[in-house]
Design a protein around this ligand. Sequence first.
Ligand SMILES: Cc1ncc(COP(=O)(O)O)c(C=O)c1O
Length: 473
Amino acid sequence: MTMNIREFRDRAHQLVDWMADFLEQVETLPVKSGVKPGEILKQLPASPPGKGESFDEIFADFQHAIMPGITHWQHPKFFAYFNANASPPSVLAEMLMATLGAQCMIWETSPAAAELEERTMEWLAKMLGLPAGWDGVIHDTASAATLISILSAREKLTGFASNRKGVGRTPMRVYATSETHSSIEKAVRIAGLGSENLVKVNTKDDLTMDPVALRKAIRQDREAGFLPLAVISTLGTTSTLAIDDLKTLVVVTNEEGVWHHVDAAYAGTAAILPEYAGLLEGIEKCDSFVFNPHKWMFVNFDCTAYFVKDREQLIRTFEILPEYLKTKSRGEVNDYRDWGIALGRRFRALKLWFVIRSYGVEGLQEKVRQHIGFGKQFEKWIKESSDFEIIYPRNLNFMVFRWHPKAVDEDELNKLNRELIERINRSGQMFLTHAVVKGKYGIRIVLGQTYLEDRHVRQAWEQINEMAAELNS
Ligand SMILES: Cc1ncc(COP(=O)(O)O)c(C=O)c1O
């Protein structure tokens, strides 16, 4: 049964109505899917259909078999992990992207996609206050961008010899902390450096990278015959949102002559606020920077913004030119396939463009500011409560806290907080994940969903209190 364009039109209208209804009602749905492992799978036939099925059948199964297994990242009370926020203009752009179905590997395969990417990345660089002369490119994930950064660093250090001959015998070392995201270790492995050459630099008491320890680690390695390659600092770690002090770390990386990549996957968005411009102080002395508009800038997954100081270094690391991709425009335009790993590329700039234009820079700033305000409010409630305490201080719209009924020892507290999170998530009212801060099991809260309003924040605080009281009784 082939869908003709007339039916496509009708079905598309039907789906847009469904989508709008869904967004209006999503806050009434359980945030976290409660299905058991295998529950969805067993409803799906083991073999594909021989003959085409009607759209009514397919859509009915989507509603009955698939939807119960969806965790609602667009629920305003999604407080877990880091958000993967969509927004109405972003979804509309995604529909256009899918309809155009453009594969934007080189300028020639859709000049508008390449030039819109160039322009939107310039806009983002201005919004963040990145140094003049830096260039940006859109990737799928921060994980990919960090791998790209480490590969660029590797080629810089070896004068492009690793691309030709493979990684040499002298181990190259990458420096991060125990708080750094797991994508850094993955990148080190994939880059052929070996995870044993990822050095975990000591942190200060606030879990940020200790610049003194960093310098010592680099010098010791050099003396021992290793090649110090790159430092990865984090603006907003995953567990606690610890924010490394870039301006101090760049002194070390510059003096030691080591590549410096900055992972600001979630918190980078805050730099669009003039009052948080200080987050990026020192960035001009770094080599690359990544943040995810698909986390806190309302562009639906996937959209990662990767910026570099030296675009030639990036392009020389990745360019490869088979006969079938030779074009006349080469050299005059940006062929983004040379700026990363994949040849094929989605037209992601379109949704970024729709979002920035639809909200405007001021609209985006207002939303981010509002979320930070929610964070401050939540922090205040915890500080005023005798039953809860903060175990890692608030940064932006994020903190780690725990329930702390009196006269209970640490092991018992850890157990109680684990039970509390489970109870909260089972209730479907909100979704929270945990962090262990220096042995203390805590509740992480990210107050940053697109549709989050003041009333949801109040309701969440009341419900957390109620559920804790139920556990106590
Ligand atoms: C600090 C940090 N870096 C990197 C990542 C990886 O992001 P992505 O899923 O875009 O690869 C995350 C994911 O949450 C993160 O928190």
